[in-house]
Design a protein around this ligand. Structure first.
Ligand code: FNR
Length: 468
């Protein structure tokens, strides 16, 4: 059975196995990673590869996972952990746990319910879903699934009118924040998409573009991408969105034509001028950019390498996290001067969970007093990339993240079991995270500190102090 009707048979020769192979026996799933193998069996090769692959050598793809295994625990014992509270607040919205859903494009390729199923699963888990602007369901359709806290992911196009329309649509549909993706001036080279000549399957469209005035976007794309109609050219509102070119993936063709390579920090300010939604900057990996993001008015930062799909050989996000957090939380000398005018007590009252962790983290370099003051009015930092276990969530929080997002586990579980699969992924991560908290002696998120973990880049512990 295929989700795509006829399209399945068109692509059958691309698959590794036969039709029967698609009916996978599912024993009891006991962890998130198991869904990947099921998705591989169930999905057409082109779709599975699109979801699974990273850029070029896929070094960062492996590193996103491997790096977590180089962080170990320092659990505390004999603490009453009979009650564990995982609730937290993100941009003022209370959620049941610090585990949220990252934007992943085109979810109806995984399951006919696509983004509807993800929205329902997120909502019933009491957490946030981020909808990709390249979703196969529109913001209105996702909103129609019922109440839920949802963010809208945005790429910025050359035609700002298109961007403004998308933002307005999301706002009207009740979305609460924009996740502005900033690591994609060009699409990374995913070689399997090139080999497979990736295309959006027939019958699916990028729904958020339907009904928009695509004005200049068409003019920009027509000479290059619409000149020669191709049997694999599909449409969003009868405008070609994906094409196949000899030496390129169809997706890259689209992005190359539409995404604005001139995007810069001033556009973050422009975006703030057209929406009252807070803006999370998604794709920050360095201290320098984190600082500029804060200065540019970002409401939050997502440390992300786009699931290792953009620049290969960037560090894993869990390795980059601490650099970003330190830079965001430690004030510059000028800021410090300003902050010192504030009464210490009020600074303490308003600190967030992630500020607390960082206060511990940097206590050797700056006084906790300074850092807590520096954190006043600053932004939460989130992470995505390679999170597959509750222990990974704990490690990210111990390093100072305010929460994490998951990408591939959602599309793989969607492919396997639709909405029930996504629900199960969220539940498994929740259960594992709760267990990790209990076994580490933490009852609330604010009790998770840097001292609960040790990383390979920490100073060796237990060595004699150097002689002075
Ligand atoms: C993505 N990601 C992504 N990011 C974004 O800003 N807009 C998008 O449309 C997409 N689409 C997308 C599709 C697929 C198939 C993947 C795997 C990823 C990146 C995504 O938001 C997130 O950064 C990563 O997926 C997180 O890594 P993990 O959890 O997949 O390892």
């Amino acid at each position: 059975m295929s989700w795509f009707g006829n399209w399945y048979y068109v692509n059958e020769d691309q698959r590794e196995g036969s039709c029967e192979k698609a009916s996978v026996e599912m024993g009891e799933i006991t962890n998130v990673t198991e869904y990947q193998a099921i998705a591989k069996e169930k999905l057409p090769k082109m779709v599975y590869d699109y979801y699974a692959s990273g850029a070029e050598d896929q070094w960062t793809l492996a590193e996103n996972r491997n790096a977590f295994s180089r962080i170990l625990f320092r659990p505390r014992i004999l603490i009453d952990v009979s009650k564990i509270d995982m609730t937290t607040t993100v941009l003022g919205f209370k959620i049941s746990m610090p585990i949220m859903i990252a934007p992943t494009a085109m979810q109806k390729m995984a399951h006919p319910d696509g983004e509807y199923a993800t929205a329902r699963a997120a909502s019933s888990a009491g957490t946030i879903m981020t909808l990709s602007s390249w979703a196969t369901s529109s913001v209105e359709e996702v909103a129609s699934t019922g109440p839920g806290i949802r963010f809208f992911q945005l790429y910025v196009y050359k035609d700002r009118n298109v961007v403004a329309q998308l933002v307005r649509r999301a706002e009207r549909a009740g979305f609460k924040a924009i996740a502005l993706t900033v690591d994609t001036p060009r699409l990374g080279r995913r070689e399997s998409d090139i080999k497979n000549r990736f295309v959006l399957p027939p019958g699916l469209t990028l729904k958020n573009f339907e009904g928009l005035d695509l004005g200049k976007m068409d003019e920009v794309s027509r000479p290059t991408y619409l000149a020669t109609p191709h049997p694999f050219v599909h449409a969003a509102r009868s405008h070609a969105i994906f094409t196949v070119q000899a030496n390129d993936s169809g997706l890259a063709s689209y992005v190359a034509g539409q995404i604005d390579r001139t995007l810069s920090w001033k556009d973050v300010k422009w975006l703030q001028s057209i929406t009252s939604m807070p803006i999370l900057v998604k794709g920050v990996l360095t201290a320098e950019d984190a600082r500029i993001a804060v200065q540019s008015g970002a409401a939050g930062i997502i440390v992300s390498n786009h699931g290792a799909r953009q620049l290969d050989y960037v560090p894993s996000t869990i390795m980059a996290l601490e650099e970003v957090l330190k830079s965001v939380l430690i004030p510059t000398p000028i800021e410090l001067k300003e902050l010192c005018k504030l009464p210490f007590a009020s600074a303490l009252e308003s600190q967030s969970h992630c500020c607390l962790s960082l206060a511990c983290l940097v206590s050797n370099e700056q006084s906790v007093f300074q850092v807590v003051k520096g954190a006043q009015g600053r932004v939460p930092v989130f992470l995505d990339g390679g999170v597959r276990r509750g222990t990974d969530v704990f490690k990210a929080l111990a390093l100072g993240a305010a929460g994490i997002f998951i990408g591939r586990p959602v599309v793989f579980s969607l492919a396997a079991e639709g909405e029930a699969g996504v629900k199960k992924v969220l539940q498994m991560l929740r259960d594992e995270f709760e267990l990790t908290m209990a076994l580490s002696g933490c009852r609330t998120l604010s009790e998770i500190t840097r001292n609960h973990i040790v990383t390979e880049w920490d100073a060796p512990r237990g060595l004699p102090a150097p002689r002075l």
